[in-house]
Design a protein around this ligand. Structure first.
Ligand code: NAP
Length: 316
């Protein structure tokens, strides 16, 4: 059998990257091998990936030298940044730029860049429907990624621009799950009106990315969006009600009220939901469900994800 093509996976111990590493390792005859990048090769998650069969190597996206070493000899690279680790769009742009330069210098043949839309194309800074954040962004964690797209393009890195969606794991880890209201009834709170939010199981992101690598050069230079479902707040609540066997309501709030919730990132997320709400059509159109299922035939629905994960959702 021909030598396997190595995919270097940034964020390999995280949500997006670990799904890709597992997708590669679960397909031993697929022709690909996983190189898992982590800052700490001795962490329990890194060791777990090594045990599954990944080549685990040290790299830090703040250190371009380490990226070049980790990308050397690889066919592909999955590149992702970590906004919620530092809340800095400037840092995300610098890290994306270093990944693009490292990919260029090491001759990577296919990069999947985990990006998002630069929302300022719909809501310019002069548009006062939402506040401008950090001086020059509307949705900092979207805009910085979108702004970084041009670096991959200008360096001539063979890149698929990969638009991901809201993770259902946010209902577990991000405090977005059902909460009891003053009347004791459970509710989920979103500022989405009656509009649909593209969303998915984070594990499916890596599986879709693997589907793209398997299709060879087909999506190089293209923008590819994925989602498991497009759901309204009321549909999320109805699915929770079915899964939990008790009523969960949709508490619709205004984006302004959401921005004022005060947790770190509330303003950014308030703006994000508002852009998703006000530009429902382009957001959902960019993330075709049938195409996502074509890339990843085991794509989960929210109901199937809830069946497996409902007990992990903190309800109080
Ligand atoms: N939450 C959502 O709904 C959602 C939806 C779409 C897109 N996103 C985007 O997803 C991105 C985060 O991806 P994720 O959720 O896969 O991340 P994650 O689960 O938080 O994992 C991040 C992993 O990256 C590694 N990492 C952190 N800083 C690093 C650094 N300086 N150098 C190298 N590795 C580093 C860490 O691994 P080690 O500790 O092993 O190094 C960690 O396990 C964010 O930018 C966010 O905007 C999120």
């Amino acid at each position: 059998m021909a030598e396997k093509k190595i995919i270097a996976v940034v964020g390999a111990t995280g949500a997006q990257g670990s799904g890709l590493v597992r997708a590669i390792l679960n397909d031993p005859n697929g022709g690909f091998a996983a190189r898992a990048l982590t800052r700490d090769v001795h962490s329990p998650k890194a060791k777990e990936l090594a045990q599954l069969g990944a080549d685990v190597v040290a790299a830090d996206v703040d250190d371009i030298g380490s990226l070049k070493r980790a990308f050397a000899g690889a066919y592909g690279a999955y590149c992702v940044t970590f906004f919620w680790a530092h809340f800095s769009p400037e840092k995300e742009k610098a890290q994306a730029s270093d990944m693009a330069r490292a990919a260029k210098e090491t001759g990577i043949q296919h990069v999947i860049w985990s990006t998002l839309e630069d929302t300022r194309k719909w809501v310019p800074l002069s548009d006062n429907r939402m506040p401008t954040l950090q001086g020059k962004y509307k949705v900092a964690h979207f805009d910085a990624k979108g702004e970084a797209d041009h670096v991959f393009a200008e360096l001539g890195v063979p890149t698929t621009f990969f638009l991901t969606s809201f993770y259902w794991e946010n209902f577990i880890y991000f405090g977005m799950g059902p909460r009891k209201g003053p009347d004791g009834k459970l509710g989920i709170t979103l500022p989405m009106g009656d509009k649909k939010l593209p969303s998915m199981a984070s594990e499916d992101i890596g599986k879709c990315a693997y589907g793209i690598f398997k299709r060879g050069r087909e999506f190089i230079g293209k923008r590819v969006g994925i989602a498991g479902e497009h759901l309204t707040g009321a549909q999320f609540a109805a699915a929770f009600t079915r899964a939990l066997g008790r009523e969960v309501r949709y508490n619709e709030v205004s984006p302004d009220a959401y921005r004022k919730f005060g947790f770190p990132g509330a303003e950014d997320l308030g703006n994000m939901f508002q852009v998703n709400r006000d530009f429902e059509q382009p957001f959902t159109r960019a993330r075709s469900l049938s195409f996502s299922r074509e890339l990843n035939p085991s794509l989960q629905t929210f109901d199937t994800w809830l069946m497996q994960n409902k007990d992990r959702i903190p309800l109080e």
